[in-house]
Design a protein. Sequence first.
Length: 437
Amino acid sequence: MKLIPTKRTLKRWAIGLGIVLGLLLLVNAVMAWRTEARFRELVAAVRAEGDPASIAELAPPPIPVDENAAALIDKLSPRLDEFDKEYAEFYNTDLGMQLDNLAPGELLTDEQAAAMRAILDRYPDLEQQIHDAMAAPHYASTADFSLAFNPFLEAQLERMQKLRTFARFVNWRVQTLLAEGKHQEAVDWSLSLLEFSALVKGEPAIVSYLVTIAIRNIAFQDLHQALLTGPTDAATHARVDEVLKRLENETNLEKVLRTERALSITASIDQGWNQAPPVLGNMLGWPIKQFFLPPIELYDEIIPLANVPYPKARKEFEAGGTVAVPTGRGVLADLLVPSLEAAMRSSARDVALIRSLRVLNALQLAGEDAQGLADINLPAEATTDPFTGKPLIVKKTDQGWLVYSVGEDLKDDGGKFDLAEDNGFGPTQGEPEGELN
């Protein structure tokens, strides 16, 4: 028995191995081509809808600097940093810690107001610049849209932190104005910040959208306090209603999701396509690239949900829903779903607060004889809880009106806002108030 194969046998083995390798290379080439073709089809379909398919395509048309709130904010960035440092230092003092413990609607003590005013008085230039920025007619993001995904996201987070500081300055200005009894000025500053938050929708991506909601929440808290702590004439109530109505109408979660998809496509190219030399990447990189296709496809399922009532959209994220985790589309798609669902939840909460404050404003205008929703002049859609599709809960207490949504747990906790069990607004001291910033 021969243990060493003959030359003829070796030749056959070599031919067989060559055929197998040839078939593997052919299969690899087909899979690489299919992956590339599918990616190009997805990107082309996005652009065919008129949507951006890369970070670069998110860049807005240029606007004159003096008309662009974003450009005006860039100019005051150093002063915002200086204020932010003093702001943080203040909250490490006894007065600052006491400020965090004020009861809902409670005005600053004289000592707190004096300390905060002393800091604000060091920034008269910043106050005027903030006022000018909020009065600007346009907002075109000044982000560097030529950056790759990770650097862009890092830079965007830093830019959005400036907007948080911007809103904190306004919040302090409102609180000190209320302490001084300058009620109408406090209302005006609060409404200006709300209108500004609507302009900031020009910033792309979900992370920017969530910061916009945080800014808005600060303005909601200030406006709510201003409405409760001073006399408000009919003209002011009308202006409040107009701003809140416009704010809800201009909220566009669908657009936010479409800009987020553009970031996802750029991330796919940066992390999938650009991680290997072109030849090697094109031939052997397709298994990695395939991981990035399902998340892009997932947006086709999720974007339409932005325009569906939240109770119905929510079901699609639950077990058995079209976008429930596991999605069956791979790990990256499963990781994407929670952030998109959180954006929808935040949007619903934002709408709940807008509507609750709008109802509270209308009840105040209606006067002492008002008993509930039937006594105010608002359309049904403006008084609907976005989490349930039912009317907002309205209660008249000894301290004042309590108006709220049951929130995402769908449970009426009696107007308990501390941990966001319910979402809305209550009277000054004596009822729990929401943590809005």
